[in-house]
Design a protein around this ligand. Structure first.
Ligand code: GLA
Length: 349
C-alpha cells in the first residue's frame, strides 16, 4: 500500500499578537518542532486517525462526507477533508498516524501545523498537488469555517513560509512578507506553562468580536485604519473594554515597527523592552494572559532576560524570553525552578 508523509512546523511570534485578524503586523519565527502525519489509502471512504501524542482521543474515525464537529482535535482533520470536498479536491479514505514533537495547545501553532501536515500528506497520497497558497487557505478554512475558532492567518503563514532562524515580518493588510534575521547576539527560550487554552470556547472569539464592535463604533473597516490617527481622541469615543482592546492592537502594531528598528540596530535591550511592553499590553489591555504566564514572564525578568512575553492566543500556553546568545538555557532553568513546573520547549534559533 502507498504511504506518504507530511510535516509542518510550529511557530513562535516575536511580537505582534492579536494583530493578525485586525489587518496588522506580525513577526513569527518557525520552530524546529512540528507535526508529522503519515497517511495510507483505504478503499472504504473512512478516515481513520491515530496519534501517539498525549491528547484525547488517541484514535478516531469518520466517514468522508459526514464530518460532524465533536469539539476535539479530530475536528481539524474533519475540517480539512470537508473543505477539500467543498473545493472539489477528490480524495478517498485513508489511515493517518500523527506524531508531534511540538507540544499541543501550548500557543505554538499546533492546530495549524497538524492541518498543514495532513494536507501535505493527503495531497501527495491522492496525487492532488496543492501550492503553498492553497495549503494556507484550506488549513485556515478548516480552523475557522469548520472548527469554529475565528483565528487569523498568523499560524498558517508562519508554518508554511516561516524559517527557523529568521523572523518573518508579515503585513496582514496585503500579506507582504519580509525576512529579518535573528541577531547573532540573542536567542529565545520558549517555555510552556503547562496550562492549556481552548480557543473555540474560550475568550479568543470574544476578543475578535470586540474588535469588530470597536470598528462599528468608529465607522472603520479595520483597526489598522487607526494607525495614523491620534489615539487619545479615538479611545474617548469607545466604551470600556473596547477602548483598552483598541489600545492594545494599535500600540502592538507600533511595537512591531519599533522592533524592526531595534533588530536592524542590533539593540537587544530595546527589543527586550518591547517584548515586555507587549506582554503588559496583552495582560492589562487585551486581557488574554493568565496568572501562570504573568508569573513566568516576571521570573524571566528577574533571571536576567532582556524581556519576555506570552506568545500566541493566550489563556494558557507558553512564553518566550529574549536572552543573550548562549544564556537561554540557564535563564530558562532558573525560571522553571521558581515556577515549580512547566517545560523548556525550545531555544530559538
Ligand atoms: C492564535 C491564532 C492566530 C493569532 C494568535 C494571536 O495563535 O491562531 O491567528 O491571532 O492567536 O496573535
Amino acid at each position: 500500500m502507498r504511504r506518504t508523509t507530511g510535516y509542518a512546523p510550529g511557530r513562535i511570534n516575536l511580537i505582534g499578537e492579536h494583530t493578525d485578524y485586525n489587518d496588522g503586523l506580525v513577526m513569527p519565527v518557525a520552530l524546529r518542532l512540528g507535526v508529522t502525519v503519515e497517511t495510507g489509502s483505504r478503499d472504504d471512504g473512512i478516515a481513520h486517525l491515530t496519534t501517539e501524542a498525549p491528547i484525547s482521543p488517541s484514535e478516531a474515525s469518520y466517514e468522508l462526507g459526514i464530518e460532524r464537529r465533536d469539539g476535539t482535535w479530530v475536528d481539524r482533520a474533519r475540517g480539512v477533508t470537508s473543505i477539500l470536498a467543498r473545493d472539489r479536491v477528490d480524495i478517498g479514505g485513508f489511515d493517518a498516524v500523527i506524531r508531534s514533537d511540538l507540544p499541543l495547545g501550548a500557543g505554538l501553532g499546533s492546530s495549524a501545523a497538524f492541518a498543514i501536515a495532513l494536507l501535505r500528506s493527503l495531497s501527495e497520497l491522492f496525487d492532488r498537488p496543492l501550492d503553498d497558497t492553497a495549503i494556507v487557505r484550506i488549513a485556515h478554512a478548516a480552523e475557522t469555517e469548520f472548527a469554529g475558532a475565528r483565528a487569523g492567518l498568523l499560524d498558517q503563514l508562519a508554518s508554511v513560509f516561516g524559517r527557523p532562524s529568521e523572523a518573518l515580518l508579515i503585513d496582514m493588510r496585503d500579506q507582504a512578507m519580509r525576512t529579518i534575521p535573528v541577531p547573532p547576539t540573542v536567542e529565545l527560550a520558549v517555555i510552556d506553562s503547562g496550562t492549556r487554552h481552548e480557543h473555540a470556547t474560550g475568550g479568543y472569539n470574544r476578543r475578535r468580536e470586540e474588535c469588530e464592535d470597536a470598528c462599528r463604533h468608529l465607522g472603520i473597516a479595520s483597526l489598522r485604519d487607526l494607525d495614523e490617527r491620534p489615539l487619545d481622541t479615538i479611545l474617548e469615543r469607545l466604551p470600556p473594554p473596547l477602548d483598552r482592546r483598541v489600545r492594545h492592537v494599535v500600540s502592538e502594531n507600533a511595537r512591531v515597527r519599533d522592533a524592526v528598528v531595534a533588530l536592524g540596530a542590533r539593540d537587544d535591550a530595546r527589543l527586550g523592552e518591547l517584548l515586555s511592553a507587549s506582554h503588559r499590553s496583552l495582560r492589562d489591555d487585551y486581557a488574554v494572559s493568565t496568572p501562570e504566564l504573568d508569573r513566568l514572564v516576571e521570573l524571566a525578568g528577574a533571571a536576567g532576560s532582556f524581556g519576555a512575553r506570552m506568545v500566541g492566543g493566550g489563556f494558557g500556553g507558553s512564553i518566550i524570553a529574549l536572552t543573550r546568545r548562549g544564556a537561554a538555557k540557564d535563564i530558562a532553568f532558573r525560571v522553571l525552578e521558581g515556577y515549580g513546573g512547566g517545560r523548556l520547549v525550545a531555544i530559538v534559533p
